[in-house]
Design a protein around this ligand. Structure first.
Ligand code: ADP
Length: 435
């Protein structure tokens, strides 16, 4: 629209100047034919034809004296005495003369005649300005409402589009002031900002569950350490309160060291379980052959089993069943299951270890012909520090199976048990195989 205005202004100016030039040529021809009289006559004809809109016609001597001036009352608003330009021969010189009172201007074309006099024809830009002013009004009438509408529309669109950001800021303020449960409202919007709010909420869920997990882990560790620490204190306190010579201090110190080792082992395992349960455990995942892992674990426990008169059979384990897992941690899982099987199976028993592949899963089994688990105890054996009634005579912290479950869960697998009290147990691990 703006460029249309400038094109119109320029073409109107071009048209006005062309009319002035044509009039100048006509007057020059009249002067050439009949001298000043011819010029006067043609100017008079023009005035009679065009009335007040007729061009100004002037003839100046070479030294600038006015020889002839034909003009209507329209031109009284211009001081033409100032319009004596230097005009080289055969050149058209344009002079712009400002109006005395209003903003009109006159465009005056000057040309030197063959005798050295100067012929001038001029016209004002009033008519052109009229047209342009009308055009400017039309432009304003169209543009101003359009711009206003654009601003109002833009304001509302931006407000609506930025609503998720405002929500997010409010939620962040709430989180900053301690409300960790604050979430960005779930609005039925789409686009990147709504996606950002969704990601923020998921992230906050995760942070909240980590904080909750860490807090409960700390509470549990503090609670679980109380018993062994009290025991340790009692071992050290009793000889201190007794008469010298009643207790052998070396023996007491050895008990303290053993109890401290238990506490440290317990602390390590508790931390591992908490890490696995809260999802903060870093797993070094690699493709591991379960058959190979199982072989190493069996070798490690074969001696302890033979000592007790227990046989371990791993002959049916399938070769090359690969699982994406943390080798070190999976070794601990297998070792814990085997350790329990050896612990809770009396002499003459049999432990069978087996690996198989089924429907895209690696199935790993450790079964024994041991004491079994009473049905009432079955759901509790996975709890931290739970020890079955018949297990008290065996060494243990009651953390082995909790660790097994936490690690297997962290790998996205599952572990289950089937057991009959008095005739044996079978623990089954299920992990996705590496494709
Ligand atoms: P613990 O240190 O007592 O072995 P675990 O967490 O490894 O702790 O096991 C929890 C309980 O589950 C044990 O105390 C025991 O009662 C029971 N249990 C685990 N494995 C076996 C098994 N193979 N046979 C019988 N009972 C078992």
């Amino acid at each position: 629209m703006i460029s249309a205005y400038f094109i119109l202004a320029s073409s109107l100016k071009h048209r006005d100047r062309a009319a002035i030039i044509s009039s100048l040529t006509h007057m020059r021809d009249a002067y050439k034919d009949e001298g000043q009289r011819g010029l006067e006559r043609e100017a008079a004809v023009q005035i009679s034809r065009q009335g007040k809109d007729a061009h100004v016609i002037r003839l100046l001597s070479r030294d600038g004296r006015k020889l002839l001036e034909m003009r209507t009352a329209t031109w009284n608003g211009f001081n033409l005495n100032r319009a004596v330009p230097i005009v080289p021969p055969k050149t058209l010189r344009w002079t712009v003369i400002p109006g005395i009172r209003d903003e009109q201007v006159m465009e005056l074309a000057s040309r030197r005649l063959s005798n050295g006099d100067i012929l001038q024809v001029g016209n004002s830009d009033a008519a052109r300005e009229d047209v342009l002013e009308r055009f400017r009004w039309i432009l304003a009438a169209i543009f101003l409402p359009a711009i206003l509408l654009g601003f109002i529309g833009g304001f509302f669109i931006a407000r609506r589009a930025l609503r998720p950001v405002r929500d997010l800021i409010q939620t962040l303020e709430a989180v900053k002031s301690g409300a960790i449960g604050a979430r960005a409202p779930d609005r039925p919007a789409s686009g990147e900002l709504a996606e950002l709010a969704g990601i923020f909420n998921t992230m906050m869920e995760r942070i909240e569950s980590l904080v909750r997990g860490m807090k409960s882990a700390l509470d549990n560790v503090a609670h679980d350490l109380r018993t062994p620490m009290t025991r340790l204190r009692a071992i050290a306190e009793l000889p201190l309160r007794s008469e010298p010579g009643v207790f052998d201090y070396r023996e007491v110190l050895a008990d303290c060291v053993e109890e401290s080792d238990n506490v440290l082992a317990m602390l390590d395992t508790l931390m591992d379980i908490s890490e696995a349960e809260t999802g903060t455990m870093t797993l070094k995942l690699e493709s591991v052959d379960m058959h190979e892992l199982l072989g190493q674990a069996v070798e490690a426990y074969r001696y302890a089993a033979e000592e007790k008169g227990i046989r371990i059979n791993a002959d049916d384990a399938a070769a090359n069943v690969r699982v994406l897992c943390d080798r070190g941690r999976m070794r601990r899982v297998v070792a814990n299951l085997l350790d329990n099987a050896v612990k809770y199976t009396p002499a003459g028993g049999l432990i069978t270890v087996d690996v198989a592949e089924k429907n895209g899963f690696a199935i790993f089994r450790v079964s024994d012909t041991g004491i079994g688990i009473p049905a009432d105890d079955l759901p509790k054996i996975w709890d931290r520090l739970y020890r079955g009634g018949t297990s008290r005579s065996q060494r243990g912290l009651g953390l082995g199976l909790s660790l097994v479950k936490a690690i297997v869960d962290a790998h996205g697998g599952d572990v289950s048990v089937a057991s009959t009290s008095g005739s044996g147990s079978c623990f089954t691990l299920r992990l996705k195989i590496t494709s």
